[in-house]
Ligand binder design. Structure first.
Ligand code: MLT
Length: 337
């Protein structure tokens, strides 16, 4: 008898808890698929997680953000096309991988345009509204946030690069961005443009000797297993937006749009702080894992001089001369030099 009672009460509790579950687990009104090409331990994934959390809070769970890391939905350039069409709603990606679709973002790709992260941040904030208008026109996407995660440093498996001539003989992968390809050519080598999702295996199979990305990528992508040296060049600060299909965004109710904008803004504030705090820890971690951190090249002024000399050749490729000159002017205004 006691056993029967026990079984009945367990069954009742089960039914009740299922009932309660069904009552409270309300389905979201909108689902945003958010793709990115980085590992789950990369700052980009933190951006995705924070954004998801804030969107859920500010929309009272009416919007669910589903995160797809590691290029699961396609590589960064392919997904950008899908976001343009609205078949995937959102993506976080590197500026260099968006530039072929939205030329105006290329202004942030000019080599040695920024001396540090703070400068990049201030200028992005100052040009954000106009940049967004341009992205909408050029690529049918808007940025809900535009963040940066540190300079793209050079890793390789073959030799210490401490001056520009050491680059000779190295096969270095770069993103498929004209201005970046030309920068490396000016430095004396023909780089290998390649999609990001192919980089790890190309390094592993020794198809390429090196690549350039922030310190955080070397740790998150486990480059320390297949790369030995890191040279801290300062030619480009990794920057990238969280983009959303404009067609999709405009189809949403105004209060949801406002919540997404708010979530984007606050996610950006969070990640800007977090990246700053983490960089030194990441460097130490890479050293512990056996990488040799060489610091900046001893002749970096030559790297900078050669790279800056190509800027004007690329104005047509990055939204036009007027736009490029405007951003350079804004940079002088907001930085005071
Ligand atoms: C690239 O090199 O293609 C990008 O920096 C990858 C990324 O999104 O972090």
């Amino acid at each position: 008898m006691k056993k029967k009672l026990l079984i009945i009460s367990v069954l009742v509790m089960l039914v009740l808890s299922l009932g309660i579950g069904f009552t409270f687990a309300k389905e979201a009104d909108y689902v945003i698929k958010l793709s990115h090409g980085c590992a789950e331990s990369d700052p980009t994934h933190l951006v995705a997680l924070r954004f998801k959390e804030l969107v859920s809070i500010y929309t009272n769970n009416r919007v669910e953000v589903q995160i797809y890391p590691n290029n699961q939905l396609g590589n960064e350039q392919e997904v950008a096309q899908a976001v343009r069409l609205g078949t995937i709603q959102a993506e976080i990606l590197y500026t260099g991988n968006l530039q072929p679709l939205a030329p105006s973002v290329g202004v942030l790709q000019l080599p040695y345009i920024f001396n540090n992260r703070q400068e990049t941040r201030k200028v992005i904030d100052a040009i954000m509204d106009e940049l967004n208008e341009r992205m909408i026109k050029e690529a049918g996407v808007r940025a809900l946030l535009y963040y940066e995660k540190g300079f793209r440093v050079l890793t390789n498996s073959k030799k210490p690069v401490t001056k520009i001539d050491d680059l000779k003989g190295l096969k270095i992968r770069v993103s498929k961005t004209a201005v970046t390809i030309k920068t490396f050519q000016e430095w004396g080598i023909d780089p290998i443009p390649m999609a990001w999702d192919e980089v790890f295996s190309a390094l592993q199979q020794r198809v390429i000797d090196g690549q350039e990305n922030p310190y955080s990528a070397a740790l998150a992508c486990k480059f320390y297993e297949i790369q030995k040296y890191i040279t801290e060049i300062h030619y480009l600060n990794w920057s990238g937006p969280l983009i959303i299909s404009e067609k999709y965004f405009m189809s949403l109710p105004e209060d949801i749009q406002a919540a997404l904008i708010r979530a984007g803004k606050e996610t950006c504030e969070y990640i800007t702080w977090k990246v700053g705090v983490d960089e030194e820890i990441i460097k130490k971690e890479l050293e512990k894992k056996g990488m040799i951190l060489l610091g900046p090249p001893e002749d970096e002024e030559i790297w900078a001089e050669k790279a800056k000399a190509i800027w004007s050749e690329f104005y047509d490729n990055i939204g036009g001369k007027e736009w490029a000159e405007k951003v350079i002017k804004v940079k002088k205004e907001v930085l005071g030099y």
